[in-house]
Design a protein around this ligand. Structure first.
Ligand SMILES: [Zn+2]
Length: 146
């Protein structure tokens, strides 16, 4: 399984994560199927934004309207980890079921090494099983070490 994220969006995901650091950034990737073509930034309204994220409900409605009006869907939910690896936390896995109607794909930007942000993608199913997704881009395949 894979997800397609153009290089310009990978750069945007990293830029958003660095901008909100040390708080977690969050948002949605819009597109069709497994191909993202736009990043939609959202506000993290969690009371502990350093280690948790909650998408602002009103912004979520706006994003849903935007997707509907452009015949697109949510390809993935993204958020950053500002001091841990880019792997879903226990909280991420347990919350995945609650946000499954938005997307079951999760993109995580890890800033554990500030000078070398890493983007990884996962599918989390209803049984809380986590599968890492290959990130396809335009051009060369994305390597986490890029
Ligand atoms: Zn997380």
């Amino acid at each position: 399984m894979s997800i397609k994220i153009p290089r310009r969006l990978l750069a945007d995901l990293i830029a958003h994560a660095l901008q909100d650091d040390p708080n977690e950034s969050c948002g949605l990737l819009l597109g069709n199927g497994h191909e993202a073509d736009e990043m939609h930034r959202m506000s993290n309204v969690n009371a502990k934004p350093i280690s948790r994220y909650t998408m602002q409900p009103g912004e979520l409605v706006e994003a849903q309207e935007k997707a509907k009006n452009s015949n697109r869907e949510f390809v993935a939910i993204y958020h950053s980890h500002t001091f841990t690896q880019g792997y879903p936390s226990k909280t991420d896995i347990s919350n995945a079921v609650a946000v499954a109607s938005i997307s079951t794909r999760h993109v995580i930007i890890s800033l554990v090494e500030k000078t070398r942000p890493v983007v990884r993608a996962f599918a989390i199913n209803a049984k809380s099983e986590v599968t890492e997704l290959v990130i396809e881009t335009d051009g060369e395949p994305y390597q986490a070490s890029d």
